[in-house]
Structures are given as C-alpha cells and as structure tokens.
Design a protein around this ligand. Structure first.
Ligand SMILES: O=C(O)CCC(=O)C(=O)O
Length: 322
C-alpha cells in the first residue's frame, strides 16, 4: 500500500480554503455567475445527444465531438473562478453530468477512480449544478473526512474499501450538500459520495471540472485477480486521457486500451465495515442508532404501548359515544 503525503500540494490561493479542503475533503464555493449558468444551460441544450437517460456524464458519450465541445466550453466558462482562486493547478477535463428524471438515475455510494499518484497529488472535482439541489432532484451527499480513512487505488475493476457494506448502511452517515444553481462543491476524488435518483420532473444538469496540481500526471488503476492476485496494475496516461478514453460508457471492466503500464503494486487493506465506520463517526453513529430504535418502536410497539394505544382508542370511542 502507499501513504498519503503529510501535506497536500497547495492549489487554493486562500489558506483557509486549502485547510478546510484538506481537513474535510471538500469545500463549497460560489462558482458560476447567473450569466455563466445561463450560458451553460444553453450550451447543454444545443449540444446534448438524444440518446441520454438516467445518470449520464458527457464523458460516457460515444460522440467524440460532444465530449470535446463539452470539455472545452465547460473549462472555458469555469476558468474565470479557477484563475481567480486557484494556484499551481492544471485543468484536466470539463464535462456535463446529467440526471434525467427517473428511478434509474441514482449514483451509488462510491469514491471516484484514481487519476493521479496519490502519494504526492490529489485529484479534485469542481461539481456545480445549474439548478438548485433538493431531496427530490438528486442532491449530492458526502461523507466528511472520508478521503483520509485509508489510501486506496480505485477504478471499476478494483475491489473497493467499503465493498463488504450495503449502500444503505453508509448513506445514513452522509450529509446532503444543498447547493444553489451556480454554487459548487469542490471535492477530493477519494471522498465517499453518492446521489439519489432525480424524482422531480426536471432534468438536473451539472458541470464537472476535474483539476489537479500542475506537476501531477494521470495515473489509473486496473485489477485482474486471476492474472495478478492481490496486486493492481497502474497505467500512466497523457493529459488528454479523459476525452480520449473510450471505455467509460462500456468496456470499463476491460484492461485499459490506452496508456503505459508502470507495473504491479500491492493492494491489500482492511475493509470498511459497520463497526469501523461507527468508530470513525461516533456522533453520527449514535444519531443513526437512536433513529433506528425510534423506528423499531413505532413498527413493533411494546405490549404496554399497545395497551396504551388501546386505551387511547377506548377513550376516543367513549368520548364519541358520550
Ligand atoms: O452527479 C451526481 O449526482 C454525482 C456525481 C458523482 O458522484 C461523480 O461524478 O462521481
């Protein structure tokens, strides 16, 4: 396994923002102006391919022109805020991430795939909705501080840290981030996050800008148990990886078809389970337990409560009868 660096390479000009990001794994900022939101909505409606449904990032699209235009334009519009507020960074990819209305638009609990050498660098997303987020339209939810639970290699083929747990065991620990249109959550890609289905009647369009420190290179992880036991294979990729990688939409479980293998690396780590998670977030665990107990009491009332209920109804009927 590897170690995280003692200190992150600085990318935020504001010291407090940098410190909050390192501590919590995310910060919230006012990212787009109203005009920029309108520009991006128009861009999406001009560009978007008709076959989209469910949860659909533009990086999944087979239409390279769509992927590239989304990439260039989202970066261009985002560059105002980024140039004002970031330092020593490079922008790697701009994209749309869209949730169409429907139960098939959930994004399960996950950490994003490894994209840099995390012994030195951090992969960072600026995720910005063009609409106010609500419980109905798939608000993003994050587990504060989870980017530092333990170092992990991540990717579609790589066994994940929380693989032994069900989403429903983790979701109660997450916090929804109710962003307004144009506000962004900037998060470390190794933070645990999730978004429920968009059950509203409106499409939820988000832009995502992936950036990192200017000295970082792309690095992705691939795991094949039969071939390599408990080692992962790491691949170096060039800076056009996000727009040239054709395997996001399908074949994501195949060996990367682009990039250069840099060899096999150990990948054995303890798995996150309910007890470990509860010990990391004791206050939240207490709250969750209390809620579960309250629900159990409602659905399985104790005998004395049943009799209280009976006497309540008895009193009610007596009142009506009188
Ligand atoms: O767009 C969303 O709702 C979630 C996005 C997400 O989890 C991701 O891009 O990793």
């Amino acid at each position: 396994m590897f170690q995280f660096p003692a200190q992150m390479m600085r990318v935020f000009k504001d010291e407090q923002m940098q410190a909050a990001f390192e501590r919590d794994g995310f910060v919230i900022v006012d990212f787009y102006t109203n005009d920029e939101v309108v520009q991006l909505e128009k861009l999406y409606s001009d560009l978007h391919p008709v076959e989209e449904k469910g949860f659909y990032p533009s990086t999944f699209s087979k239409d390279k022109r769509y992927r590239q235009t989304a990439d260039e334009e989202v970066r261009r519009v985002g560059s105002r805020w980024m140039n004002e507020n970031l330092q020593d960074f490079k922008t790697m990819c701009g994209s749309f991430i869209v949730k169409y209305p429907g139960a098939d638009s959930t994004m399960c609990v996950h950490q994003d795939m490894t994209l840099v050498d995390e012994t030195k660098f951090t992969g960072i997303n600026i995720w910005c909705p063009l609409i106010d987020l609500t419980d109905e339209n798939g608000v993003i939810q994050v587990l504060k501080g989870s980017h530092r639970i333990i170092p992990t290699y991540r990717g579609a083929t790589v066994p994940c840290l929380y693989g032994g747990m069900k989403d429903n065991d983790i979701i109660p620990y997450l916090s929804p981030v109710y962003l307004k249109a144009g506000q962004a959550v900037i998060f470390d890609q190794s933070i645990i996050h999730y978004s429920a289905a968009n059950l509203s009647d409106k499409i939820r369009i988000t832009t995502n800008i992936y950036f990192t420190h200017k000295d970082a290179d792309f690095r992705i992880a691939y795991y094949n148990k039969d071939a390599h036991g408990d080692k992962v294979e790491l691949f170096e990729e060039d800076d056009s990886f996000m727009t040239n990688f054709e395997q996001f939409g399908d074949n994501i479980f195949d060996k990367p078809k682009i990039g250069k293998s840099i060899g096999l690396f150990d990948y054995n780590f303890p798995k996150l389970d309910a007890a470990w998670l509860a010990s990391l977030y004791p206050e939240k665990a207490k709250e969750i337990k209390a809620k579960q107990e309250a629900l159990t009491t409602v659905f399985n009332p104790q005998p004395e409560q049943k009799s209280e209920k009976k006497s309540f109804f008895k009193r009610l009927f007596e009142t009506i009868a009188n």
